[in-house]
Design a protein around this ligand. Sequence first.
Ligand code: COA
Length: 256
Amino acid sequence: MSNDILTHAEQGVMTITLNRLERKNSITSAMYGAMADALAAAESDAGVRVVVLQGHETVFSAGNDIGDFLNQPPAAGMDMPVFRFLRGIATFPKPLVAAVSGPAVGVGTTMLMHCDLVYAGDNAAFSMPFVNLGLCPEAASSLLVPQMLGYHRAAEALLLGEPFMAEAALEVGLVNRVVPPTEANGVARAAALKLAAKPLSSLIETKRLMKKGQEQRVLQQMDDEAKSFSRMLGEPAAKEAFGAFMEKRKPDFSKC
Ligand code: COA
């Protein structure tokens, strides 16, 4: 059993930790599967009232594992672990809290759009460089980022693929609070314990009402994005981008 995803449940809080530091917590298919399974277990276990997603104080996640993109490309319409995980966080009925420090690339940022509370270390750097990889957004971020940031700031993040730091994320409402990186996981846990002491039925109903009307749209957008994303993975721009990453050189998109 790999230790790339750690789960631990205590005092009504399940903590899911990305633990693949040597690869900057980039996420493999097996890790998506483990996180999807953990969310499903947390949903059905009456003893779990809140879930915390966290990384390390130096890095939250470098996004999808790039080798995996090439070896096991996500195919739209298939029940692949990445889609199970994305649907899992988008429809998770209990509160989800995230602690993010260091780089949060690609899905490392887009998964946060589905969390209820997000605490960031002041070193957090959010980026969604899908265009720079010859790809398009995922996790319904093409819907949720414009809603959250406003269209023009969303274009900066999604078209230019420019990173933004914790303070900017706080300003646009992507994160709730910025704290020293060594404190982010602890602050998230404290918030989760506060939530765990509240009536679960009220938490679930309140979250359902806040998201009502949006869930189907989010799932539809994820499906649309997945179709484009799967197709684009096999096209020249993505091949050039991934080849460049592997060869540690700048990509040349002049022909894409
Ligand atoms: N997939 C696979 N391996 C990855 C990875 C990813 N997404 N991100 C980092 N790694 C690997 C690196 O190749 C490197 O491996 P090596 O030691 O064999 O050379 C190792 O993890 C350390 O990464 P490095 O880039 O040296 O760390 P850094 O601290 O300088 O930078 C990041 C950290 C996250 C900013 C940088 O690794 C990065 O930009 N990664 C790619 C992110 C990305 O494009 N993800 C896809 C999003 S859809």
